[in-house]
Ligand binder design. Structure first.
Ligand SMILES: [Zn+2]
Length: 728
């Protein structure tokens, strides 16, 4: 073993000459480096082979061959062939991180189990491109005394000079990787900035061999795209457009991107994500964009490769307008983006018009805090707009909600009033729209029929062209021809059905019906066929938002309608409240109540009077009635009628007092009164019993009491007949 080299740097066999690349199988005289000891050779030598991307694995065979030749190199250093272990499980994994590289982990595991004397790699630092992984490996190798070797030499990580060199190599390697990536990225960005970088063009466009991007030459593909944009304008949500397309059997045309059918038109069933991307893609507005969805390192994790994030328009790297043929203009594109944003569910957005009955969900805003009110349905038909600020922020409740119907009624009426003058115009527009819609569908059918016809012609021509003797081919072509004929027939039948259901032109009766319906807006608004979603759409066309000011101490709600175009109107509505104190006219109600009671009216009479005068109890539980008046008086402490001395005329008794005087229970006295054995009456408000008894009566009642014991059923008539009460 040579001991000449003390610098820590060690040279590969044949100093200055790299290990044999050109003739990997060539045997060299065994040469031991000064750093290789017996204890190293007793353990394994591991050759770690790595190629970063699958592309490299395929194309850079040379480099791979060189990596495998390292096994021979290990043998040259003194390891027997059977003690050289090859780890090549990471073929096709990038060296950027060891997160999903099983081979690298196996390498580490073998080293930590003290099985390894030497680790070989083509260029040492390529074992791991991330400095973190690289230093981890160095650390582990230093602990277990494992050597590292590459084509330039053998290194001992326990030696400070070697360690320095290995560290530098790792740093250089990482820097090299970063530089390379930056150079690639910059090239890509330059091309993008010129508006020429197209990885793939979306449906509706084709990329010519020269790199130019043009609209799809297929008329039907373009027509369907235009239809999608128009329908989104009309229906306002992706979901509605999706269902419209499915209902009418309309498919989206796109070009096949790979395989034998590459470049041909393929008709695909629309899906919600496709439509979403279609409406958000700026190419349809003629703009070139790059960097709409960059990688987001924060979201990268094990098992999450597509860690990309959509950026808002302002943050795109490149945006060049009016450089490509467009389907819609830029304003319409921005409007679509806005609409998509509004359709999102949440306190900051309006949301789509849904099926619930609450007319203003999404539009109604809390006047106190400015947040959107949340619609909840307590039970069917009983919607409530509530402010959830205190719940979501954990603060004290300062905002209050309101029953939906209270606000809906006034806004609905206002909207109808606003529409009234335009009713005729609207009805004409409606007939035109229906007409246009039908023409459009009819055109779509025509295009489909033409396509089927073309397919039949094509398969027939192919069949004609083949020699009849070539039976195998002729049979296949014949089947294709028959198949296309069958499809054409099917399509024709579907078309006939469609035409029967929806004739291309509106009939006179249909037109008249549309006109008459549109003329009577209130009836149309209430019609059973008008869904809550329809009403909401109408409101959303006119109203931007509705602000309600609900005060906890008042049953009056301030409603401000903000119409599109900036006009605002103010309205007042009365909401049902829980307590009398929340009612604004509570004071007036109570003073009137007191007046009426003082006038000696019965509870029923007071209720009637109050109803006549336009008072109503809270909660909207209908008009006042006797029991309610009694409750109100007693709860307010105004109806404690015993406190009023003028309640009792001479010889009148509260039942309890009379009971004490006679030594009889109150219930027995009430029983006597109901039997007519005792004169009595009830107070008007609370219905308290008052008995009348003068001295004679008291005498009679005492006798009656003496006779009245358990089991007695009959009394002398004189005892049970009360004295005639003197008239006042
Ligand atoms: Zn609020």
């Amino acid at each position: 073993m040579s001991n000449a080299d003390d610098t820590g740097m060690d040279q590969a066999p044949g100093s200055g000459q790299p290990f044999p690349e050109a003739e990997p199988t060539a045997r060299r005289t065994p040469f031991r480096s000064a750093k290789i000891h017996e204890r190293h050779v007793e353990r394994l030598a591991i050759v770690y082979v790595r190629q970063s991307s699958p592309q490299q694995v395929l194309e850079h065979r040379e480099s791979r061959e060189r990596q495998y030749a390292l096994a021979d190199y290990a043998a040259g250093l003194g390891w027997p062939h059977e003690r050289v272990l090859l780890i090549d499980e990471d073929q096709g994994h990038s060296g950027k991180s060891a997160a999903d590289r099983a081979g690298f982990h196996r390498l580490l595991a073998e080293v930590t189990m003290d099985h390894v004397g030497l680790v070989l790699g083509l260029e040492m630092s390529r074992l791991a491109r991330s400095n973190k992984d690289w230093h981890h490996l160095l650390e582990v190798c230093a602990v277990f005394g494992t050597l590292l070797a590459d084509q330039d030499g053998v290194y001992d990580p326990r030696d400070s000079n070697d360690r320095l060199l290995l560290g530098l190599k790792g740093t250089m390697s990482e820097f090299e990787l970063v530089t390379m990536r930056n150079r690639l990225e910059r090239g890509k960005l330059n091309k993008a900035e010129r508006g020429e970088l197209f990885l793939a063009v979306p449906a509706g466009y084709v990329k010519l061999p020269g790199g130019e991007v043009v609209q799809d030459p297929d008329e039907q593909v373009r027509a369907v795209l235009a239809l999608v944009f128009d329908k989104f304008d009309e229906l306002g949500s992706i979901y509605a457009v999706f269902h419209y397309l499915i209902r009418n059997g309309i498919r989206l045309g796109g070009r096949v991107r790979g395989g034998p059918q590459r470049g041909q038109v393929e008709w695909r069933r629309p899906s919600l994500p496709t439509l979403w991307q279609l409406l958000r893609h700026p190419i349809y507005a003629g703009a070139y964009a790059f960097g709409r969805r960059p990688l987001d390192p924060k979201r990268r994790g094990p098992g999450c490769k597509a860690a990309k994030r959509w950026l808002p328009l302002e943050e795109w790297k490149v945006l060049k307008r009016d450089v490509l043929p467009a389907y819609i203009n830029w304003e319409r594109y921005l409007a679509n983006l806005r609409r998509l944003g509004q359709n999102r569910l949440g306190p900051e957005s309006v949301g789509t018009a849904r099926r619930g009955t609450a007319l203003l969900s999404g539009l109604i805003v809390c006047g106190t805090c400015g947040l959107r009110l949340q619609t909840s349905y307590r039970h069917v038909g009983n919607a409530f707009y509530g402010c959830t600020r205190h719940l979501t922020r954990g603060t004290e409740q300062t905002c209050y909600g309101v029953k939906a119907s209270v606000v809906d009624d006034v806004v609905g009426a206002q909207v109808l009033r606003a529409l009234e003058p335009a009713a005729l115009e609207l009805s004409l527009q409606a007939t035109q729209d229906i007409q246009k819609e039908r023409e459009r569908l009819a055109q779509h059918w025509q295009q489909q029929l033409q396509r089927a016809q073309y397919e039949v012609e094509r398969t027939r021509r192919q069949y004609d062209a083949v020699e009849p003797e070539n039976r195998l081919v002729a049979r296949t072509l014949e089947q294709r021809w028959e198949e296309s004929l069958r499809q054409q027939q099917q399509l024709q039948e579907d078309h006939d059905r469609f035409v029967r259901e929806q004739p291309p032109a509106l009939t006179a009766a249909e037109r008249a019906r549309v006109l008459s319906l549109a003329a009577d807006l209130p009836a149309l608004w209430q019609a059973p066929g008008t869904t809550p979603a329809d009403r909401k759409e109408v409101v959303r066309c006119l109203v931007e938002r509705v602000v309600v000011q609900v005060r906890p101490d008042s049953n009056h709600v301030g409603v401000t309608i903000h119409w599109h175009g900036g006009l605002t109107t103010e309205h007042q509505v009365v909401r049902p409240v829980r307590r009398y104190e929340q009612m604004d006219d509570f004071a007036a109600l109570m003073s009137r109540l007191e007046e009426l009671r003082a006038a000696g009216h019965s509870a029923a009479a007071i209720a009637e009077k109050l109803n006549e005068e336009g008072f109503s109890p809270p909660k909207r539980c209908g008009p006042f009635f006797a029991e309610l008046v009694r409750q109100l008086l007693s709860r307010r402490g105004l109806a404690n009628e015993k406190t009023y001395a003028d309640q009792l005329t001479p010889q009148e008794w509260w039942l309890a007092d009379l009971g004490r005087a006679l030594g009889v229970t109150v219930s027995k006295l009430r029983d006597w009164m109901l039997r007519g054995w005792l004169h009595g009456r009830q107070t008007p408000a609370q219905g308290l019993w008052i008995a009348w008894a003068d001295r004679d009566e008291l005498k009679r009642l005492r006798k009656l009491k003496a006779r009245s014991t358990r089991g007695v059923v009959s009394y002398p008539e004189g005892l049970t007949t009360p004295k005639k009460r003197p008239q006042k």
